[in-house]
Design a binder for this molecule. Structure first.
Ligand SMILES: CC(C)(COP(=O)(O)OP(=O)(O)OC[C@H]1O[C@@H](n2cnc3c(N)ncnc32)[C@H](O)[C@@H]1OP(=O)(O)O)[C@@H](O)C(=O)NCCC(=O)NCCS
Length: 315
C-alpha cells in the first residue's frame, strides 16, 4: 500500500474533501451514528489551510485524497493536527506517510518543542506518535463554562480595534510575553490568522507594566469554536507575582467579550500540569467536557508547568 500513496502539499481544491474526511474520520472513530455530525459547526481544515498553506499536507491514492494533516508554527513550539485518514484506508500506513513531511517541517522551522493532542485511551494513537519520538505527558482537558451577563470591562482592548502600527507593537509585546513563558514561544501567526479571516478577536489586558495578558478567541460557527461558543485557543498572562490576578482578570475580559458577541459558552483547554491555572478555572465554574493527552517531543514539560497561567490544548 505504501508504494501507492502520494504525499503532497494540500491545495485549495482539496479543501471540501479534506473537510469531509475530517468529519467522517473522527465521527467513525468515536462511533457516532452519523459520523458527518462530528463537529459539524466547526472548521479546522479551511481555516488552518488559509493560515499557512505551506504547512498543510495531503495523501492521495489513485488520484483521490484520502487524508490530510496541518502543522502550526508557534515560534520555538510547533504542533500538528487535525490528522485524519478516510476510514476505509485506515491501518495501511497512510498516517505514517503524512507524518514524514510533518517531521521535516519541524526540522525546517527549527522547532524546539513539538507536540500534539490525542486520545489517551487509544493504543493505536499513542503507538503511532511514539514511533515518531513523541511521548505522552499530562492529560489535557477541554473545559466549558456558561457566559454570565457581565458589564463591559475597562482597561482592555481588542486587536481588531488597533491600527497597523499599534498591531505591530502588540504582536511584538505578545511575543515578548510568551518568550518569558517559554523561550521563543510566539503565537503571532494565530493572532494574525484570527484577524485576517475574521474568526474572532484577540483580547488584550494591560497594566502599569504593559501587556499583562492576552487571549486568542474564536467565535461561533465555521471557526474552531462552533455555534454559540467562544473558544479560547490560546491565552497567557505575564509570569511573576501578579500572574494569578492577571489570569482572573483575563478570564473576566474573555467572558465580557463572549457576552458582547452574544455567545453562550466559553471553551478552553488546560494541560493539567498547570495546576494553579486549572484550579482557578475550576473555581470559576469551568467543568471538563472531555479530555485527551498531549504528547511531547522531546519528553519535556515545555510551557506546561505549574507556575504558568496559560490556556491551550493543541487540538
Ligand atoms: C488515527 C489515524 C490518523 C491513523 O491513521 P492510519 O493511516 O490508520 O495509521 P497508520 O496505518 O499510518 O498507523 C499505523 C500505526 O499505528 C500504530 N498502532 C496501531 N495499532 C497499535 C497498537 N494497538 N498499539 C500500538 N501502536 C499501534 C503502529 O505504530 C502502526 O504502525 P506499524 O504497524 O507499522 O507499527 C486514523 O485512524 C484516523 O483518521 N482516525 C480518526 C481521526 C483521528 O483520531 N485522528 C488523530 C487525532 S490525534
Amino acid at each position: 500500500m505504501q508504494g501507492g500513496v502520494i504525499v503532497r502539499a494540500l491545495g485549495e481544491k482539496d479543501l471540501s474533501e479534506a473537510k469531509r474526511i475530517f468529519h467522517v474520520a473522527f465521527g467513525t472513530f468515536l462511533g457516532l451514528p452519523n459520523p458527518m455530525e462530528f463537529c459539524a459547526d466547526r472548521d479546522y481544515v479551511r481555516t488552518r489551510y488559509i493560515a499557512d498553506p505551506s504547512a498543510a499536507f495531503g495523501a492521495e491514492v489513485d488520484g483521490k485524497l484520502v487524508g490530510s494533516n496541518f502543522v502550526a508554527n508557534w515560534g520555538s513550539v510547533g504542533f500538528f493536527g487535525p490528522l485524519t485518514i478516510r476510514p476505509d484506508y485506515w491501518d495501511r500506513g497512510i498516517a505514517k506517510r503524512l507524518l514524514e513531511p510533518t517531521m521535516e517541517i519541524f526540522t525546517k522551522w527549527g522547532t524546539k518543542h513539538a507536540g500534539l493532542f490525542t486520545f489517551a485511551h487509544s493504543p493505536k494513537h499513542i503507538g503511532l506518535y511514539q514511533r515518531f519520538g513523541f511521548w505522552p505527558r499530562f492529560l489535557t482537558v477541554i473545559m466549558s463554562a456558561e457566559v454570565r451577563p457581565t458589564e463591559k470591562i475597562q482597561g482592555c482592548t481588542r486587536y481588531s480595534e488597533l491600527g497597523d502600527s499599534e498591531r505591530t507593537v502588540c504582536l511584538h509585546d505578545a511575543a515578548e510575553l510568551t518568550n518569558a513563558i517559554y523561550d521563543g514561544l510566539d503565537v503571532g501567526s494565530e493572532i494574525r490568522a484570527i484577524a485576517a479571516q475574521g474568526l474572532g478577536d484577540t483580547v488584550l489586558l494591560s497594566d502599569s507594566s504593559g501587556l499583562g495578558g492576552f487571549a486568542l478567541c474564536h467565535c461561533g460557527a465555521d471557526t474552531e469554536a462552533g455555534n454559540d461558543t467562544c473558544y479560547i485557543k490560546f491565552a497567557a498572562t505575564r509570569p511573576g507575582k501578579n500572574a494569578a490576578q492577571l489570569f482572573d482578570r483575563l478570564l473576566d475580559i474573555c467572558e465580557s467579550f463572549a457576552a458582547s458577541r452574544h455567545l453562550k459558552r466559553i471553551e478552553a483547554g488546560m494541560n493539567l500540569a498547570r495546576q494553579k491555572a486549572y484550579r482557578r478555572m475550576l473555581a470559576r465554574g469551568f467543568r471538563t467536557v472531555f479530555q485527551g493527552i498531549t504528547m511531547h517531543k522531546p519528553n519535556q514539560p515545555g510551557y506546561s508547568r505549574s507556575s504558568l497561567y496559560v490556556i491551550d490544548d493543541w487540538r
